[in-house]
Design a protein around this ligand. Structure first.
Ligand SMILES: CC(C)(COP(=O)(O)OP(=O)(O)OC[C@H]1O[C@@H](n2cnc3c(N)ncnc32)[C@H](O)[C@@H]1OP(=O)(O)O)[C@@H](O)C(=O)NCCC(=O)NCCS
Length: 392
């Protein structure tokens, strides 16, 4: 680990706080939600290995696990799924906001503003209890896909898609953002999207989750904390990386161009999106899972362009930099093959991570301690104040 821990200058006492740029390696709180377990399972949600959840669970199953605390029984899952379906509606003021959107706005900015607006319309807006927060979380889980799909429809001038109510979460989402997909290919796409939603759902104290927890620690409302999280996720060093990877793959265009492109990028000291991770230095176990789905979709679609480019980048980044792909890398390949518009890549991340964020907000507020760290002061030494007429 690259961790640099320094004592504040001039202080020798062991009680003095340590300084770690970017909070690298700092344990900033307790959580029972996700264990980063690099050696073995890679990642566990409330004790369950991510590989098992990706193999056997639906996203609804995992959402329930994160929000409620245990894997649901059949009856619990059926009621939860029914509730999510009933919540598939946007309040009037939010629908009006969506219907007036201009083209050219970034969907993550629209989503951030839309979620803030959902907070104004929520029937539990003034209630910060655990039960109310749970109800708000479940509403957001159903409302966010509609907000993304409807705003995309308005901004791109495309046709409104209303889903078949029998569809599960991933099928419903795929239909909303990429249209109807039939047959073996459609089933494989829905399966890959289901897996990607499970893999994206939770990841301990990442930047957006930490932003949500910092916000929640002032005991403000859940929608406020989620709005902060969405703004944080947008950046290309975090969730925005999946859109940046898609742009990179499109820019490279064909597998034959990939090697020269990446060697040039490295020679210019540019970051290659979708590689590296602050915590997972030995590789991201989630990447191998989504890679298998991306490869399968590539065969089923008879389109080997994106997977071909990705394989070359993967090899060269390992050889030249010793860096591994993170979850965003092959997810971008899978999303391109599903026909998901590039600019919706990060909003789809939100459709999933909303579960982890909401679970963290509730966990933070149930065992709250205001998050308020210190800074290492690097400004001027004390100086004399001059009234405005005496300043030169
Ligand atoms: C995720 C990320 C921000 C982690 O950064 P970090 O913990 O601050 O790691 P550092 O910036 O200290 O990187 C360590 C070294 O690896 C290099 N490196 C890290 N990621 C790199 C990348 N994607 N491409 C090229 N070089 C990279 C850095 O340049 C640095 O090299 P140096 O020591 O020669 O200067 C970083 O890996 C990155 O920018 N990745 C691309 C964006 C991305 O995919 N984000 C999604 C993360 S899930």
């Amino acid at each position: 680990m690259n961790q640099v821990m320094q004592e504040q200058p001039g202080t020798k006492s062991p009680e003095q706080p340590l300084y770690s740029p970017g909070l690298e390696g700092v344990i900033a709180g307790e959580s029972a939600l996700c264990q980063v377990d690099e050696g073995e399972a890679g990642l566990r949600y409330r004790g369950y290995a991510i590989g098992d959840l990706a193999e056997w669970s639906s996203f609804e199953d995992v959402a329930y696990l994160l929000l409620i605390g245990h894997l649901p029984t059949r009856n619990e899952l059926d009621s939860f799924t029914a509730l999510l379906r009933d919540n598939r509606i946007l309040p009037e003021p939010v629908q009006r906001f969506v219907d007036r959107l201009q083209s050219g706005l970034h969907p993550m900015d629209v989503l951030r503003t839309g979620i803030s607006l959902l907070g104004l319309s929520d029937p539990d807006a003034q209630d910060g209890s655990h039960e109310a927060n749970l109800r708000k979380s479940m509403r957001l889980l159903s409302q966010i896909p509609l907000l993304i799909a409807d705003s995309h429809r308005v901004m791109s001038g495309t046709v409104l898609r209303r889903p078949d109510e029998s569809q599960h979460f991933a099928q419903h989402l795929l239909h909303l953002v990429a249209g109807r997909k039939d047959g073996e290919r459609g089933a494989a796409m829905a399966e890959a999207l289901n897996v990607s939603l499970i893999l994206y759902a939770e990841h301990e104290f990442n930047a957006s989750t930490f932003a949500a927890r910092v916000t929640a620690s002032t005991l403000t409302d859940l929608h406020g904390a989620i709005t902060a999280a969405v703004a944080t996720l947008k950046g290309p060093l975090h969730g925005g990386a999946n859109e940046a990877v898609a742009s990179m793959l499109i820019d490279i265009g064909r597998p034959e161009r990939a090697e020269s492109w990446v060697r040039e990028a490295l020679a210019d000291k540019r970051r290659v999106m979708g590689f590296g991770h602050r915590v997972l230095r030995q590789g991201d176990a989630r990447s191998a899972i989504i890679q298998r789905h991306a490869e399968r979709l590539s065969h089923l679609c008879g389109d080997h362009r994106w997977y071909g480019i990705a394989s070359v980048l993967h090899r060269i980044m390992r050889e030249e930099k010793g860096l591994h792909p993170n979850l965003d890398f092959y997810t971008a390949v899978a999303y391109l093959l599903m026909g998901i518009p590039r600019e919706l890549s990060t909003p789809l991340f939100v459709c999933s991570r909303i579960t982890g964020w909401c679970a963290h907000v509730m966990e933070q507020q149930e065992h709250n301690r205001l998050i308020r760290p210190r800074a290492l002061y690097t400004g001027p030494t004390p100086r004399t104040y001059e009234p405005v007429d005496r300043r030169t």
